[in-house]
Design a protein around this ligand. Structure first.
Ligand SMILES: C[S@@+](CC[C@H](N)C(=O)[O-])C[C@H]1O[C@@H](n2cnc3c(N)ncnc32)[C@H](O)[C@@H]1O
Length: 234
């Protein structure tokens, strides 16, 4: 499971938006994991399955998308988008986000850098696995078409819709073992598709990743995460 965003993120966004008790909208909230740092939040999510899980977590969640939230003008002090902006059609979603933000309100689009820092050998094995699976996905036409996360900041700035755009990184740590690390790595859509097509774990670099993580990590290895937050003020 992806880590829960650090609680400091809520503190930063309260400060940045100037709202001690902000109205928050979390677009693409999925199962609601990204929404849980707020005492009150409205989730927006197109998948009925995800909405049901988020509702089970006590999140008030509505059927909508980044392009069409269905929410009123200026209703939000803060809009968060966690691990989802790359799926949005920016030409439609950015104006929609500015429509629901009040003037001076803040969009925070954040993603955790993957993988977390654990160990240099694990990191090197992960990079080999990443190079192998992305090359195979491209070769087999399995690469999903989404905007690279590295482009988020530039696209927000270039939209001309926001007064001020900047990126900050928050850090957090948690503990985890080799199995969870490999589960994380192999749960990506493209990797699942390749395994379903019969590509071997050896060819993907997964066998080596298993071997290196088992050797270098304990059940309580510290995972050092970077949460990359693009802040865009309306
Ligand atoms: C990787 S999940 C992230 C879920 C959650 N925000 C989190 O961080 O745990 C991406 C979510 O974006 C949703 N999504 C995909 N396209 C979307 C769109 N155009 N508008 C809003 N949500 C979208 C998916 O249904 C999925 O729930």
């Amino acid at each position: 499971m992806r880590p829960r965003p650090p609680q400091e993120l809520a503190d930063l966004l309260r400060q940045w938006s100037g709202s001690a008790n902000p109205a928050v909208v979390d677009i693409g909230c999925g199962t609601g994991l990204s929404s849980t740092i707020w005492p009150e939040v409205t989730g927006v999510e197109p998948s009925a399955e995800m909405r049901a899980i988020a509702a089970g977590r006590g999140i008030n969640v509505v059927d909508g998308t980044g392009e069409e939230t269905g929410l009123p003008d200026g209703c939000a002090d803060i809009v968060t988008v966690s691990h989802a902006l790359h799926w949005f059609d920016a030409a439609r979603a950015f104006p929609e986000i500015t429509r629901i933000l009040r003037p001076g309100g803040v969009l925070a689009a954040f993603d955790f850098d993957w993988p977390p820092a654990v160990d240099p050998e694990v990191d090197a094995a992960y990079r080999e696995f990443e190079a192998a699976h992305t090359a195979l996905e491209a070769e087999r036409g399995l690469r999903p078409t989404f905007a690279p996360k590295s482009e988020h900041l530039r696209r927000l700035r270039d939209s001309g819709l926001f007064q001020h755009v900047n990126e900050v990184c928050l850090h957090m740590k948690e503990t985890g073992g080799a199995d969870r690390f490999v589960d994380f790595a192999s749960s990506q859509g493209g990797v699942i598709a390749l395994l379903e097509e019969g590509v071997s774990e050896d060819a993907l670099g997964l066998t080596r990743l298993r071997e290196v993580t088992a050797r270098r990590m304990t059940d309580r290895s510290t995972w050092w995460w970077t949460c990359r937050v693009r802040l865009a003020t309306r």
